[in-house]
Design a protein around this ligand. Structure first.
Ligand SMILES: [Zn+2]
Length: 82
């Protein structure tokens, strides 16, 4: 499916859609909006759009998701060590 851009965190299904470009994203990617923008924001952005807004690279956002998961932040899915 051409229109479906892979979520940053691939093991989770898309459960939110970008308010700007309609890209499906994972709960973890959506949670990053709550963490970095506003806990109550309804304007959820995908990593590409969020990165543009905050001037952060998608790689940085991906690292942030991993970090918050490892910290056990309850907004994110639990980190499972391999
Ligand atoms: Zn977007």
């Amino acid at each position: 499916m051409e229109f479906y851009r892979k979520p940053v965190v691939e093991e989770r299904p898309a459960d939110a859609y970008c308010a700007a470009c309609d890209t499906p994203m994972t709960g973890d990617e959506a949670a990053l909006n709550y963490k970095l923008v506003d806990k109550k924001t309804a304007h959820i952005l995908c990593p590409a759009c969020l990165g543009k807004k905050l001037e952060l690279s998608p790689e940085t956002l991906r690292e942030m998701i991993t970090l918050f998961r490892k910290q056990g932040c309850t907004l994110f899915s639990p980190w499972v060590e391999e």
